[in-house]
Design a protein. Structure first.
Length: 251
């Protein structure tokens, strides 16, 4: 699998504060944005970090440069995601500011961003495990082909997906970081086995084709996916509901 880097997952639309902001200004920002802390930036340079704990019981009129932390651990755009994850884990922090070689503040990478790099990825090892399960369950021999499939021809086998994961998959596709979905081809139809979020994301982005690992049985087998799709009334990706905590959304 190709290495992944901070520059491909960082967020640049970050709310910042400046050293001469007052304690009460930052307190208002904490309430407004529901953030527990902010990078402190001056002349585009990262100069510190301030959290709600740093300003508790402080004079509301005092400026935060007196209380901000200046020994900030930061990531760089070319840092591997695995390295950033290790730093966060060892330091017990949930995010890292990202700076360039001149200490210019670029954005933030969070543990949620790192988790997103691991969710719903069909690494080839995972594909081989799915293949083995299929072969054991159905007593057949499965071959795997890699090719692009038409997104509009895909038939889903689950009736809903989560909105937050869908947004993550759309971001990955736009960054060319998405991995292939897993498809079962039977009776000249392509049923999605793994990667529903990626498939719907591609459709939402008006992408015609998506890379796929395709399972093909060397002998005729009734896998049951046609029956599942029929029972759930799933004929295309348009039939999948997008939900947030169980509530249907118009995405």
């Amino acid at each position: 699998m190709e290495k992944k880097y901070v520059k491909d997952y960082l967020h640049t639309d970050i709310i910042i504060v400046m050293p001469k902001f007052t304690v009460e200004e930052v307190e208002r920002m904490v309430l407004k944005y529901q953030h527990i802390g902010f990078p402190v930036v001056e002349n585009e340079k990262l100069v510190g970090f301030i959290s709600i704990l740093d300003i508790l019981f402080r004079n509301p009129k005092a400026t935060i440069d007196k209380f901000m932390r200046t020994d900030v651990i930061a990531a760089t755009p070319d840092m591997e995601i695995s390295r950033a994850a290790k730093i966060m884990w060892r330091k017990g922090i949930s995010g890292l500011p990202v700076i360039d070689k001149t200490n210019k503040f670029i954005g933030m990478i969070s543990n949620t961003d790192i988790l997103r790099t691991e969710i719903e990825h069909s690494s080839y090892d995972k594909v081989l495990k799915i293949k083995a399960i299929f072969e054991n369950l159905h007593n057949c021999k499965i071959s795997i082909e890699e090719e692009n499939v038409n997104v509009r021809d895909l038939i889903p086998t689950q009736s809903n997906i989560e909105a937050d994961e869908l947004q993550g998959r759309m971001y990955e596709i736009q960054k060319n970081l998405n991995e292939p979905i897993v498809v079962l081809r039977t009776n000249n139809k392509n049923f999605i086995i793994d990667g529903h979020h990626r498939a719907v994301a591609a459709a939402k982005l008006n992408i015609n084709e998506i890379a796929a690992y395709i399972f093909i049985s060397e002998t005729p087998v009734q896998f049951g996916y046609e029956k599942t799709a029929k029972q759930l009334n799933l004929k295309s990706l348009n039939d999948i509901e997008i939900t947030d905590d169980g509530k249907k959304l118009e995405f």
